[in-house]
Design a protein around this ligand. Structure first.
Ligand SMILES: [Zn+2]
Length: 118
């Protein structure tokens, strides 16, 4: 519960450093957070899966990826706030801090208005 491993390599802790990629599961595309190391390979796998399934490939819209990341970090923070998780207050604060920083960064990027042509 304290660390959240990358679902692809099961090695890296992605609690505060996740990267959104898409996977095709049961004919549906889902966004899954993976670690930095897996990001490119996972995107390539998605591209190949699209090709095999006859689905036109398009890059993940940035805001869609950011919303998925914000959701992921919010769930991590909620999990760390769970009173059943036996943590001292200081440990809880210290464990949450990098996740909160990652969420703040995602929210900051989401708050940037798209640049429009004049
Ligand atoms: Zn990984």
């Amino acid at each position: 519960m304290l660390i959240h491993r990358c679902p692809r390599c099961r090695a890296e802790d992605i609690s505060a450093d996740a990267h959104p990629v898409r996977v095709i599961r049961a004919d549906r595309t889902e966004i899954v957070p993976v670690c930095r190391n897996c990001y490119r390979a996972a995107e390539l796998e998605y591209r190949l899966a699209c090709d095999n399934a006859g689905i036109p490939y398009a890059t993940l819209p940035i805001r869609e990826g950011l919303f998925a990341l914000a959701d992921f970090y919010e769930r991590r923070l909620a999990a760390l706030d769970d009173p059943d998780l036996l943590l001292e207050d200081d440990d809880r604060r210290a464990t949450k801090a990098p996740v909160q920083a990652a969420l703040a960064d995602v929210r900051r990027r989401l708050a940037i208005e798209p640049v429009r042509d004049a």
